[in-house]
Design a protein around this ligand. Structure first.
Ligand SMILES: Cc1cc2nc3c(=O)[nH]c(=O)nc-3n(C[C@H](O)[C@H](O)[C@H](O)COP(=O)(O)OP(=O)(O)OC[C@H]3O[C@@H](n4cnc5c(N)ncnc54)[C@H](O)[C@@H]3O)c2cc1C
Ligand code: SF4
Length: 490
């Protein structure tokens, strides 16, 4: 441990964001970087606790060795910090930008102070590595002769491919979209994660020998069985792409869209693509309603504001969270508190309305004009199901003029039609793909990882899943493996 009193000497600092006026003019990343000196000070705040909850328990799903690299950053040993970080995380440049940082929720300093700036130190280690040339293509010395197909190029597929390639297997990644990266490329907006950062990593992986085949929809363009015949193992990393719908009157009106019909279009425009008029969805001068208060909802907000929406509203069914942890949500659990994303700060006033249920949409000539909603509260939990009934508050109905609605209420499970049905892959009770402790599905030689296995989740979990599946595949093909477990998945 470098600085014994660092946590008393220095306050928590995070990189400043560009001014709101400035950043609403483009889709570039919101946050700047701290100076090297500042990162050292932030690293010095780490108390090197006896039990680092940040890297175990409810902390980092990857088991990142946080106190050790915090100390190395404090001492200016950036290259060593990077080497240590890469042992557990293939893509710290992604998680350092967009991870909600459960590690910080579990940081011991966070019990009575603001936690260590772990996430941004992680980003700084990664960026320092690229800048100084510490991260360079690392082709395996020998090839095993084993061939693996990965379906889906999101963080799970990428992490799995990286791990398997590094131990000498030949990996081909199939992707149905025209660009590689999954939700990192098409979903998460550029203002949170610059797509150059994604492309930089893909280029590195190509230089290391991974083959990417975008524009091929497995189960549609090519049967999954063909891959099973051509490769020694197949890993399904297709994400959780079935969005949750809202079955209310007026759902079919022109103007009601899934969030994922909207967000990828802006990602594509940012890449220079032209979206044809018949499918283009643009919020400019429109009254926009976002239904759903999570990450996807806040991404729709930031994108709508950048496109010049007239008004943006956001409904959330659940009540407004408290500003501080409730006694039922103690440290080191993930704090269920009111959060304000960079997109929420960009709105001139609070756009979120909590405890609201959407009753119906109405319009004329097939076009959306209004949303009709009601305030709700939650009753006492049912003794059998444990579920709290949603009760409408009498005389609280209201309506709003809206031109566009984005349904951002999460994803129910992977798409079953296509490759999963083709192979009759076993599903779990929630409709996700079932797997054993080695991440193998009920079909011999076919593995699964990421949101396709665990349901809608986070990038950090997708990376952990991809690493664990790589371990399962390596063991399956070679009878033994030196690839590490992901700590929470073993
Ligand atoms: C809008 C949005 C914002 C988010 N923001 C954050 C955030 O800030 N931080 C965070 O940690 N998490 C965030 N998440 C969640 C996170 O992106 C996902 O948990 C993560 O990307 C899952 O990774 P994955 O590799 O399992 O799947 P995905 O990233 O979904 O990738 C799956 C890929 O498989 C491809 N595919 C599917 N089926 C086939 C097929 N049959 N043939 C070929 N290709 C196929 C898809 O096209 C896709 O590219 C966000 C999610 C959304 C939707
Ligand atoms: S990956 Fe996420 S949880 Fe793990 S150290 Fe980084 S920010 Fe924290």
């Amino acid at each position: 441990m470098g600085s014994v009193k660092g946590f008393m000497q220095y306050e928590r600092e995070v990189p400043v964001s560009r001014s709101i006026d400035d950043r609403l003019k483009d889709h570039l990343e919101v946050y700047d970087h701290l100076s090297e000196e500042k990162y050292k000070q932030q690293g010095a705040r780490c108390m090197d606790c006896g039990v680092p909850f940040c890297q175990s328990g409810t902390g980092c799903p990857l088991g990142n060795m946080i106190p050790d690299w915090n100390d190395m950053v404090y001492q200016g040993r950036w290259e060593e910090a990077l080497a240590l970080l890469l042992k557990t995380n293939n893509f710290p440049e992604f998680t350092g930008r967009i991870c909600p940082a459960p590690c910080e929720g579990a940081c011991v300093l966070g019990i009575n102070e603001l936690p260590v700036t772990i996430c941004k130190i992680e980003e700084a280690i990664a960026e320092n590595g690229f800048e100084k040339g510490f991260i360079k293509p690392n082709r395996p010395q020998n090839r095993t002769g084993k061939k693996i197909a990965i379906v889906g190029s999101g963080p799970a597929g990428l992490a799995c491919a990286d791990q398997l390639n590094q131990v000498g297997h030949s990996v081909t990644v199939y992707e149905k979209s025209d660009r590689v990266g999954g939700l990192l490329m098409y979903g998460i907006p550029g203002f949170k994660l610059d797509k150059q950062v994604v492309k930089r990593r893909i280029k590195l992986m190509i230089d290391e020998g991974v083959i990417f085949l975008p524009g091929i929809h497995v189960g549609v363009d090519i049967p999954l069985k063909k891959l099973m015949g051509d490769f020694d193992a197949v890993v399904l990393c297709g994400g959780s792409e079935k969005p949750r719908d809202l079955s209310v009157e007026g759902r079919d009106l022109d103007g009601v869209h899934y969030a994922m019909d909207f967000l990828p279009q802006q990602n594509k425009r940012n890449e220079g693509d032209v979206i044809s008029n018949d499918i283009s969805i643009v919020a400019k001068d429109k009254n926009v309603l976002i239904i759903g208060g999570g990450d996807t909802g806040s991404d729709c907000l930031g994108t709508s504001l950048r496109q010049g929406a007239k008004n943006v509203y956001q409904f959330e069914l659940l009540p407004q969270p408290t500003d501080k942890r409730k006694p039922t949500n103690p440290w080191p659990e993930w704090p269920m508190i009111m959060r304000v994303s960079s997109s929420h700060k960009e709105a001139k006033s609070e756009v979120r309305q909590f405890s609201v249920s959407t009753k119906k949409f109405s319009g004329s000539d097939g076009k959306l004009k209004k949303v009709h909603a009601v305030k709700v509260k939650f009753g006492d939990p049912d003794s059998k199901t444990g579920r709290s009934p949603v009760i409408e508050v009498p005389d609280s109905e209201f309506d709003l003029d809206v031109d566009l609605v984005f349904l951002a209420m999460g994803f129910v499970h992977p798409v079953h039609e296509g490759m999963l049905l083709e192979l009759d892959v076993k599903l779990d009770g929630r409709g996700n793909v079932w797997c054993d402790e080695n991440k193998m599905t009920n079909v011999d030689g076919v593995f699964v990882a990421g949101d396709m296995a665990r349901g809608q989740s986070l990038v950090v979990w997708a990376i952990a899943e991809g690493r664990e599946a790589a371990r399962g595949v390596d063991k399956y093909l070679m009878s033994t493996t030196n690839l590490p477990h992901s700590q929470f998945l073993k």
